[in-house]
Write a protein that binds this ligand. Structure first.
Ligand code: JD8
Length: 387
């Protein structure tokens, strides 16, 4: 792969000479050249910016130096990357795709950005990508070019000593990293989890997967989808659909199982799911928007919602089979229940046991806050604005 970087601050890219890209060059996997854009200016002040047409604060980067640089670098047929806060979000999938390209040319902007005609002109000669590395504002495109280059170069075939180490990485399998440990086994009163010292590789693999799913559920529920959560096959294995009369018996049974735990946590609470009849469940399926999740035909989760007060989506009966709890499926089914809300819903509301600490933590992480709306005895009411 060949990478060219255009910048008015070429020293910003000096780190590319070090670590990863440096090794890749040594291995002949990478040609890398950083160019000072000013060498393509024509005035004695090497001007690369000017005032914005239409007025406004700041300066805009002139098109001519980029045009001349593109001509000299020969961008035709290459991939030209403009790093910009208005670009497509960079991620591992994009890194994998860019790692298959032969030639990347980074055009790093500064000031208020680059004259738009530079992007339009490049698009007439090359495969142009506008990429952002995150929803925050930097002062220029160099840091993003550094990050994207590192993420791409390390995926070049033959780069990583043992390519297997790539497989288990965050974002590679859609999950965040599991916690890692090394010697000593005890440090300042903190022990390494015994399973990691057990030599039982199957148990270690299962522990690591569970930790990865739990961490992903806690920190990045957006990354989670059913299959990874419950650790079975791929998404197509999961059947997610509106509930029908035929699902009633299993929902009736599952809610008894799930709310038994609630009763144990909240012995004083009035818990309708524990006293409802099968007919009540059947009526509920008709009255509420009720959905079920099945894995290989087994009912593993369900939820329901209904519009109240004309603008609030009242979520209820969030349930996950006990043996699959603690894997982030609860957070996933909550987000799924929210996704069922009609357009006119501007907020979400629900209630749970006052002492249901796990549920309360999950709802708080999902943005819900306690409010003083009415709730059955032993329960608390929570709500949040819809973003
Ligand atoms: C390129 C100029 C600064 C941005 C006025 C501050 C990427 N994730 C990202 N955040 N910021 C950038 C980025 C910022 C840049 C340029 C990338 C060129 N600026 C501008 C607009 C507001 N100043 C980025 N990738």
């Amino acid at each position: 792969m060949r990478i060219d970087v255009l910048s008015i601050f070429p020293d910003y890219l000096a780190p590319l000479e070090l670590s990863l890209p440096g090794k890749a060059r040594a291995k002949g996997l990478l040609e890398l050249a950083v160019h000072d854009l000013r060498q393509w200016t024509t005035d004695k002040h090497h001007t690369t910016d000017d005032t914005p047409y239409g007025g406004g604060a700041g300066m805009v980067m002139k098109p001519e130096p980029f045009g001349a640089a593109f001509d000299d670098l020969g961008i035709d047929g290459a991939t030209v990357i403009f790093t910009t806060p208005s670009g497509a979000p960079f991620n591992q999938e994009m890194a994998r795709e860019l790692a298959t390209h032969d030639r990347l040319v980074f055009a790093c902007g500064r000031y208020e950005g680059i004259d738009q005609r530079v992007i339009d002109h490049a698009a007439s000669r090359a495969d142009v990508r506008e990429i952002s590395i995150g929803d925050y504002v930097l002062n220029g495109g160099e840091v993003a070019a550094l990050a994207i280059t590192e993420a791409v170069v390390r995926l070049l075939p033959g780069f990583m000593g043992n390519p297997d180490s790539l497989v288990e990485e965050s974002h590679e399998d859609g999950l965040l990293e599991y916690p890692v440990f090394t010697k000593p086994a005890e440090w300042r009163g903190l022990d390494v989890p015994p399973v990691l010292l057990s030599g039982n590789h199957k148990a270690i693999a299962q522990w690591r997967h569970d930790q990865a799913v739990r961490r992903t559920a806690d920190r990045r529920p957006d990354l989670l989808h059913g299959s990874a959560v419950v650790g079975i096959g791929d998404l197509s294995d999961l059947e997610i659909r509106p509930a029908t009369r035929a699902d009633a018996a299993e929902i009736f049974t599952l809610q008894r199982a799930c709310w038994l735990q609630e009763l144990q946590a909240n012995p004083e609470a009035v818990i309708p799911p524990l006293v409802e009849s099968l007919d009540d469940v059947i009526a509920g399926i008709a009255e509420w928007t009720t959905h079920v999740v099945r894995a290989q035909g087994r009912l593993i989760a369900s939820c329901r919602g209904r519009l109240v007060h004309d603008d609030s989506w009242d979520i209820g009966r969030l349930m996950v089979v006990p043996d699959l709890q603690g894997r982030g499926l609860g957070r996933w089914i909550l987000e799924y229940a929210e996704s069922l809300a009609p357009a006119q819903a501007t907020r979400f509301e629900l209630f749970t046991g006052a002492n249901s600490t796990d549920n309360l933590r999950m709802y708080r992480k999902a943005g819900y806050r306690l409010d003083n709306a009415e709730a059955p005895r032993g329960a608390v009411h929570l709500s949040k604005r819809r973003r």
